[in-house]
Ligand binder design. Structure first.
Ligand code: CP3
Length: 342
């Protein structure tokens, strides 16, 4: 039998395995009563920053779902603080009290380097506790997505502030993006070198706002390539995953990013994605399937129609699991994938 770690690494390399590996974006979260218990004892920020707490959260999906790949519990917003932007996490999502809006804001927003940040201590501890057979991923927000939050200051519905900057002051936005790209690369490299992450994922949740092809290329793809290029130069053997929400029209650009694994949402069928890229795919069930446990086997079968799932595919959702999900739904998903090997 392959270990979970071997199955993961072989899948990324395109080698044969007994079955596909499965994990769930945001797999440790509010849909789990055990996570809510942890949250009673710790603020969200503490769960990100105190290694003991972060590891306890990271391990829940292994214990409760027998998940195949762990991801360190943290948040994409955390490194913005090292860049000069304090972040809070009230109900309703992350908040930046003084968002980036003007040229003058460049003086309080700088690229950050990381020696041994809390996330690396958490990763080492996670690897110790889960053992060498379970792979653990590190992650960072992709530059455009982090810039969205840094410029908007909060979760906004139509993201008009960042898009106004795209249209009115593109050069200013580019200067923010360069600093974020530098920081994200340093952060990922630290997670691999100091934290011994087995793989890393870049979360590009908001690039679907950008018009293809020019704006997506100028403000998202270019900076993804900068991050991935730097990571690959420092750590050539570590798989890099690129998740992009709104991936339907972007898959060719994702392919050109240098990532090893392309994580797509449900706006694109896996069969179609495979025709358009030779890279290892990840995804792409609608997270809302997790709210309807009895529908999961049928929806998994439909996801796999005309798709050769035996190679180069990591099962996942097309976006993060929601607080309204049922644990039974997540369990049904993991079990449906694990049954593919039998
Ligand atoms: O996958 C995992 O289990 C690791 C943990 C993880 C979190 N956030 C925990 C979290 C990961 C990988 C993220 C990434 C993240 N964070 C993204 C990219 C992925 C995506 O979903 O698009 C984004 C955009 C963020 C920013 C962020 N952090 C938002 C928008 C929110 C609030 C959203 C909401 O549902 O309220 C957070 C807070 C957050 N990050 C929570 C968790 C479990 C909920 C906080 C709580 O417990 O109160």
């Amino acid at each position: 039998m392959l270990t979970k770690r071997e199955r993961y690494l072989r899948t990324v390399r395109g080698e044969e395995t007994d079955r596909p590996p499965v994990w769930i974006m945001r797999q440790a979260g509010r849909y789990m009563p055990e996570y809510m218990e942890l949250r009673k004892r710790h603020e969200f920020r503490e769960l990100c920053l105190i290694p003991e707490a972060s590891v306890a959260a990271s391990l829940l999906p292994l214990r409760l779902l027998d998940i195949d790949i762990l991801i360190i519990f943290n948040d994409i917003m955390i490194p913005l603080e090292e860049m000069g932007l304090p972040v809070t996490f009230p109900q309703g999502g992350p908040r930046i009290a003084q968002p980036l809006r003007t040229e003058a804001d460049l003086s309080r927003f700088h690229a950050a380097d990381f020696d041994d940040p809390p996330v690396c201590r958490s990763l080492r501890r996670l690897k110790e506790q889960a053992g060498p057979d379970v792979p653990a991923l590190g992650f960072a927000g992709a530059p455009f997505t982090l810039a969205c939050y840094a410029v908007e200051g909060a979760m906004s519905k139509n993201k008009h502030v960042i898009m106004e900057m795209v249209y009115r002051e593109p050069e200013l936005l580019e200067r923010f993006l360069e600093r974020i790209a530098d920081t994200a690369a340093n952060y990922l490299i630290a997670q691999i070198k100091q934290g011994h992450a087995d793989g890393v994922q870049l979360f590009e949740s908001w690039a679907g706002l950008l018009a293809p092809t020019q704006d997506y290329e100028r403000f998202a793809a270019k900076y993804q390539r900068m991050v991935i290029g730097k990571v690959k130069a420092a750590c050539p053997d570590t798989p890099v995953h690129l998740f992009a929400k709104g991936s339907c029209g972007l898959i060719e650009a994702m392919d050109a990013s240098g990532a090893d694994v392309l994580s797509v949402d449900w706006s694109l069928s896996l069969a179609d994605a495979r025709r358009r890229t030779g890279k290892c795919l990840q995804g792409n069930l609608d997270p809302v399937a997790m709210h309807v446990p009895e529908a999961v086997p049928r929806l998994v079968s439909r996801m796999l129609e005309d798709f050769d799932w035996r190679r180069r595919w990591i099962a996942n959702l097309g976006h993060g699991i929601l607080p309204q999900a049922q644990v039974e739904g997540a369990r049904a998903f993991v079990q449906a994938i694990q049954a593919l090997g039998r």
